[in-house]
Design a protein around this ligand. Structure first.
Ligand SMILES: N[C@@H](CCC(=O)N[C@@H](CS)C(=O)NCC(=O)O)C(=O)O
Length: 218
């Protein structure tokens, strides 16, 4: 049996959750609470860096979400989420790396501000918005008029970028200037894998309240 340690609000773990559902795999989802579960000795044995997601496949442990996705694709090729054509594969990898290395860091100040985690200066805020616009312009062109980044079929690019972009409303980022991405996201949000793994408004409110309480304590 595959065990999948996660929290529903994390896009790092949601990308795995969506992939497991899209691949129609059976797995046991183990929901963690990140106010302490991650420091339990039994979990630190699985991931000494105390992060979710973690995947354990019949005793074989994998950490790091992108490594987990690659493992799943190599080990369970059925319902593949990796295109065969080298150009399409390069696009999927680019989307994933640009999401993790460019988009997510650029979103951090906006998330910090939206959640009241810390003061964010005007200049830092503006720079983040500009960086996000650069990334979105790149993705808009890369997607073009294809239904999915790899072409006709959904791929890991949708698992990785799609689960990040669904958080945009929370940080006031709009896709109005990016019609290709907007259509793409509308389609993704109608898929069972995205519906099933979406955070509920209650989860979001409870997360915000926790952040607020933690910030006030400081
Ligand atoms: N690079 C890691 C990042 C994982 C990560 O940052 N996980 C966060 C939740 S989104 C976490 O577990 N935080 C709790 C902690 O570090 O104690 C991945 O892609 O798997």
């Amino acid at each position: 049996m595959i065990q999948f340690y996660h929290i529903p609000l994390s896009f790092n773990s949601r990308r795995i959750w969506v992939a497991l559902l899209e691949k129609e795999m059976s797995f046991e989802a183990i929901e963690m609470k990140l106010d302490g579960d991650q420091f339990a000795p039994s979990f630190l044995e699985l991931n000494p860096f105390h992060h979710i997601p973690v995947l354990v496949d019949h005793g074989f442990r994998v950490i790091e979400s992108l490594a987990i996705l690659d493992y799943l694709e190599a080990k369970y090729p059925l319902n593949s989420l990796s295109p065969e054509k080298p150009e399409s594969l390069a696009i999927v990898k680019m989307v994933n790396m640009v999401t993790v290395n460019e988009l997510v860091p650029a979103m951090n100040p906006l998330s910090a501000k939206a959640l009241g985690m810390r003061e964010v200066g005007e200049e830092e805020f503006k720079k983040s918005q500009e960086k996000i616009a650069t990334v979105l312009t790149f993705f808009e062109q890369l997607l073009g008029d294809k239904p999915y980044f790899a072409g006709e079929k959904l791929s890991l690019a949708e698992c990785v970028l799609g689960t990040v972009v669904t958080l945009f409303p929370l940080i006031d980022v709009s896709l109005d200037n990016y019609p290709n991405l907007q259509n793409w996201l509308t389609k993704l949000n109608q898929r069972e894998s995205f519906i099933k793994t979406a955070a509920t408004p209650e989860m979001i409110e409870s997360f915000k309240a926790k952040i607020k309480a933690a910030t006030q304590k400081k």
